[in-house]
Design a binder for this molecule. Structure first.
Ligand SMILES: [Zn+2]
Length: 71
């Protein structure tokens, strides 16, 4: 099982796409609850962390700056 590591600014894919058809959500707030914003329609939702993790499919893009860069 892949470990899910996410942080603020990451773009993630959920198990179910947003009603607008986009399946890319950006993490815009992290705390007890996590606020994610749909990349497609800019609609944001607040979900409890546990719920977010159970619905998270994968991390598409990480905001973190990586040492290694593939060119
Ligand atoms: Zn949407």
């Amino acid at each position: 099982m892949e470990k899910k590591e996410y942080q603020l600014g990451d773009v993630v894919q959920m198990k179910k796409p947003h009603p607008c058809g986009t399946n890319e959500m950006e993490i815009i707030r992290m705390g007890m609850d996590i606020r994610i914003k749909c990349v497609g329609c800019k609609h944001s939702v607040l979900v409890p962390r546990t719920k977010f993790e159970s619905k998270l499919k994968k991390i598409l893009r990480s905001n973190a700056v990586t040492e290694e860069e593939s060119s």
